[in-house]
Structure formats: structure tokens, C-alpha cells
Design a protein around this ligand. Structure first.
Ligand code: HEM
Length: 394
């Protein structure tokens, strides 16, 4: 048995497999991923916390599965993420992270709550009368996409364009694709890059009160700003809605709907622990690393499985059980750990709590109506492609 993102069982629920790995092969060499996989909580956390031995440099450049032709089309952009903050080590990381963090102060994040609430209410005003919807396409994405676009400084008229391009990009780099589809997605990605490039140039000339403008004044190089903006749009447009969909699915299956106020913060953490939207992060071994009798050779690719860590029975007793008030649920590693800890974690948590609170109040009779949900096939993220729901009183 191996990691296989093309297999439905693996995408939906790899937990029996991960549990066996934690017990029997805590350093697992995956042929399919071409990587070593760490599955125990203590090892995953230690590796996140040790950037000298587990380097982030180039770790997000998952263009390994791209064909020659696609690589040629992408040209220098094949290694596009080479100066993105999550893809570099100190000292570059320290410098980039300092600039980015300036935009994510607790005050700035808290100020977004009202706007996010408004976006959710407004969407529900439109959708609620229908009585049913696909949560993923009709309810889960729009408020986060619009909040992120507004915060970054993408004009409202371009939001749909950006959303579609970001999706294509995610597919190209993070999910295996047939050769013709790769070329198509590469074309879309280049269009997106060009768009962000022009947006950054425009804000340099005509500053506004937004993240793009702030970054153009931060002393970063043009390319660094373009990469940062492109990837932050990805963070906001994709991970939060995926986590929200996974969470709603879980809460409805567990019968915890609407979530009582006093359980909300804990339930969000438990949903992340048990159904995390991020499955883990890649690193390169910067030296030979000895672990549990295995030598991970210098230069090898390593997957730190936060998904498995969140299900590690030595840290989270009875890990397959959903416990909304689990005392240590927030010790999950779904936002990573250490110097690369997710810069948008507070914003992500705020969105999840706010969305669940508004949805619970407006749609108290929400229920699942479809059969088995379908998942996207991705190496690093878990998200539903569809989740049919209804909310009329039965
Ligand atoms: C539930 C939602 C989210 C999840 C699960 C998530 C997950 C992660 C993870 C696992 C990392 C660490 C990557 C690594 O160590 O290699 C990370 C880093 C990062 N995230 Fe998030 N994220 C979320 C939301 C966001 C949002 C809303 C933003 C921004 C608007 C964001 C921006 C970033 C950035 C810029 C980094 C890089 C930080 C660094 O390298 O220092 N994320 N995220």
C-alpha cells in the first residue's frame, strides 16, 4: 500500500493506512510521492521546527510531475514560487516574513470580521429562499474569496477571473494532470501571473489602502511582491473554503448543528484536527537525517504529514472520534508549526468561526441531502468538490 491521490479511498479517508505507518513505519518511503513521509506527531512537529535540517527551499515547486513541454511553456515560471515566503529558508525567509506580517496584525485581522459577516449575510439573503444548494459551489467560497480580494486590493470586477485562475494553478502544481490538460492549465497560470504583475505595477503608481500597496512599499523586489500576492490569493481563495466545507460536512454528520456558541471555537479546532484542509508540507533534507533506524539522505524530499499527526493516538486519544470540546484540539498542525507557521491562521480561524455562527443562525435546519461526497484529488489539500444540502424544516 502507498500514498495514492488518484485512489478515492486515500483521498477521503487514509486514516487506517496512516495509523499503520505511525505504528510500523514512522519513516515511510513512498514510491508514489517520491518522498519520505513522517507520520508521528512528535516527528512532524520536530521537523517543522528544524528548518536547518528540513529545508523549505524549493519545497513548494511541485512541478516534478510536469512534462517537458509544459515546463518549456512555463519557462522561468516553472520555478515560479522560488521567492515565495513559504518556499525559502532564513535569512530570506526572515526578511519576507517580516514584511508580510505587517499586514496581518491582530487589529487588522479583527477589523475584517464585520466585513466577512456582512458578506455571509448578503450571500444568504440571496440563497436562503431556495431551500437547498450545493454547499461547496453556492455557499462555501464566495465570502472568503471576496474578503481576500478586497483585503489584497483586487478590483471587484476581476474577482471571478482571479478565482478561476487560482483554481487552475492549484490543479497544475498540486494534482497530477494528463499532458494536454497541463498545457491548458499552464496557459491559464501565465495569464494570472501577468494579471498580478500589472496589478502590482498599477498600485506602485496609484497607491491605495490595500495589501498590494503596502507590499510595494515594503522594500521587497517586484518579483517577490508578485509571488506573494499570487500565493496569498491562493491561501484565501482555497484553503479557508475547503476547511469550511470539511467542517460543515463533519458537524452535520455528527449532529452538532447549529453549533452552540460556547462550543464554536473548540469545534473549529476539532474540525481542523480531524478533517484538516491541509494534509502536510514538503521539505528537503538538508543533511543525512537518522530517524527510527532509517537514513533520510541529504537532498531527499520529505512530506511532513500534519494529517497523520492530527490523528496520532499518543497525543489525541481515540483520534477518529469527534470531540468538540477536546482539550488539546488546537495542538493540531494544520497551520504548520515553527517559523513558517501560517501567517493567515488568525484570519482563517476568524472566518471559520464567523461563517459557522452566521450559517447556524440563518440555516438552523441545515442537513445533508446527497450520497457520499466527492473529494478533490490533491497531494497537499483535502477539500470537497460537492456537498448537497437543504435547510427547509421537514
Ligand atoms: C484554514 C485555512 C488555512 C490553512 C489550513 C493554512 C495552512 C498553512 C500551512 C500548513 C502553512 C505552512 C506551510 C509550510 O510550513 O510549508 C501555511 C503558511 C502560510 N499561509 Fe496559510 N493556511 C490557511 C489560511 C491562510 C490564509 C487565509 C492566508 C492569507 C490570507 C494564508 C497565508 C499563508 C502564508 C503567507 C504562509 C507562509 C508563511 C511562511 O512561510 O512564513 N494562509 N498555511
Amino acid at each position: 500500500m502507498d500514498f495514492d491521490v488518484t485512489a478515492a479511498w486515500h483521498v477521503a479517508s487514509p486514516y487506517a493506512f496512516l495509523s499503520r505507518l505511525r505504528r510500523e513505519q514512522p519513516v515511510f518511503r513512498s514510491e508514489h510521492l517520491g518522498a519520505y513521509v513522517l507520520t508521528r506527531y512528535a516527528d512532524v512537529r520536530a521537523a517543522y521546527g528544524d528548518p536547518r535540517r528540513f529545508s523549505s527551499r524549493g519545497s513548494l515547486t511541485i512541478s516534478r510531475s510536469l512534462t517537458e513541454e509544459t515546463r518549456a511553456k512555463l519557462g522561468e515560471h516553472g520555478s515560479f514560487l522560488s521567492s515565495f515566503v513559504a518556499n525559502v529558508d532564513p535569512p530570506d525567509h526572515t526578511r519576507l516574513r517580516r514584511s508580510v506580517s505587517r499586514a496581518f496584525t491582530p487589529r487588522a485581522v479583527a477589523a475584517l470580521e464585520r466585513e466577512f459577516r456582512r458578506l455571509n449575510e448578503e450571500l444568504l439573503d440571496r440563497v436562503e429562499p431556495r431551500g437547498e444548494a450545493d454547499f461547496v459551489t453556492d455557499l462555501g467560497h464566495e465570502p472568503s474569496v471576496r474578503l481576500t480580494a478586497g483585503f489584497i486590493g483586487v478590483p471587484a470586477a476581476d474577482e471571478a477571473f482571479v478565482q478561476a485562475r487560482v483554481k487552475d494553478w492549484f490543479q497544475l502544481f498540486l494534482s497530477p494532470q494528463p499532458p494536454e490538460r497541463q498545457l491548458e492549465l499552464a496557459g491559464s497560470f501565465l495569464t494570472y501571473l501577468d494579471y498580478v504583475d500589472r496589478l502590482v505595477a498599477r498600485r506602485r503608481d496609484e497607491p491605495r489602502e490595500d495589501f498590494v500597496t503596502l507590499m510595494t512599499r515594503s522594500g521587497l523586489a517586484h518579483r517577490e511582491v508578485v509571488e506573494l500576492i499570487s500565493t496569498i490569493l491562493l491561501g484565501g481563495n482555497d484553503t479557508v473554503p475547503n476547511q469550511l466545507g470539511n467542517s460543515v460536512h463533519r458537524l452535520l454528520r455528527e449532529g452538532l448543528w447549529p453549533v452552540p456558541d460556547e462550543l464554536l471555537a473548540g469545534a473549529v479546532e476539532e474540525c481542523m484536527r480531524i478533517d484538516g484542509a491541509s494534509l502536510g508540507s514538503f521539505r528537503y533534507a538538508a543533511a543525512d537525517v537518522e530517524l527510527h533506524g532509517v537514513t533520510i539522505p541529504r537532498g531527499a524530499l520529505v512530506l511532513l504529514s500534519s494529517d497523520s499527526a492530527g490523528h496520532d493516538e499518543s497525543v489525541f486519544p481515540d483520534p477518529e472520534r469527534f470531540v468538540p470540546d477536546r482539550p488539546n484540539a488546537d495542538a493540531h498542525l494544520v497551520f504548520g508549526y515553527g517559523i513558517h507557521f501560517c501567517v493567515g491562521a488568525a484570519l482563517g480561524r476568524l472566518q471559520l468561526r464567523t461563517a459557522l455562527e452566521v450559517l447556524g443562525r440563518r440555516l438552523p435546519y441545515l442537513r445533508l441531502t446527497g450520497g457520499a461526497p466527492s473529494y478533490r484529488r490533491s497531494l497537499v489539500g483535502r477539500g470537497l468538490t460537492s456537498l448537497p444540502v437543504a435547510w427547509t424544516r421537514t
